[in-house]
Write a protein that binds this ligand. Structure first.
Ligand SMILES: [Zn+2]
Length: 157
């Protein structure tokens, strides 16, 4: 089990502003914190830090199974790549569509796409969640404290 201790104290003196949905989505697509736009929210290519180093937002917002939504987004992104790629190829080459080549290329695209889209799926899901359940100042303060996930009742549960 991972430690819930925070690596560095997060400044709580930042002004609390709720960005627009469009801005949060754009920040997520740039792999930045959807809330503040801060850089460096990834520990590794596939792992988010526990908190945004700029604003202190917990990237899992207090839920253990939080990134099931990110997995769903990743699946949707990869499926979109598959469908757009396959139908574009068919539309451009019909009736002489190279079916064997199309099968191999789309298969490879799906495998590569799973890894390539995963970081974007995580930040995009966080942005969508922040749009659905807007962050409150109280929640952000809780994120900045060293509280355990179980010591807070979330309003949406
Ligand atoms: Zn942030």
């Amino acid at each position: 089990m991972q430690s819930l201790a925070l690596p560095v104290p997060i400044p709580t003196t930042l002004p609390f502003n709720l960005p627009s949905r469009k801005r949060m989505l754009l920040r997520a697509l740039l792999l930045r914190c959807p809330h503040c736009g801060g850089k460096g929210i990834f520990e590794t290519v596939f792992t988010l830090k526990k908190q945004c180093p700029t604003c202190g937002l917990r990237t899992q917002r207090g839920e253990d199974d939080y990134f099931v939504g990110a997995y769903l987004f990743n699946l949707c992104m990869v499926e979109a790549i598959l469908w757009v790629g396959a139908f574009s190829c068919i539309a451009l080459t019909y009736p002489d569509t190279p079916w064997t080549l199309l099968t191999w290329v789309t298969g490879i695209l799906m495998i590569v796409g799973c890894f390539a889209c995963y970081p974007f799926a995580k930040t995009t899901w966080l942005a969508v969640d922040l749009s659905i359940r807007p962050l409150t100042k109280e929640e952000l303060e809780w994120h900045s404290e060293d509280g355990a996930f179980g010591d807070r009742v979330l309003s949406h549960i």
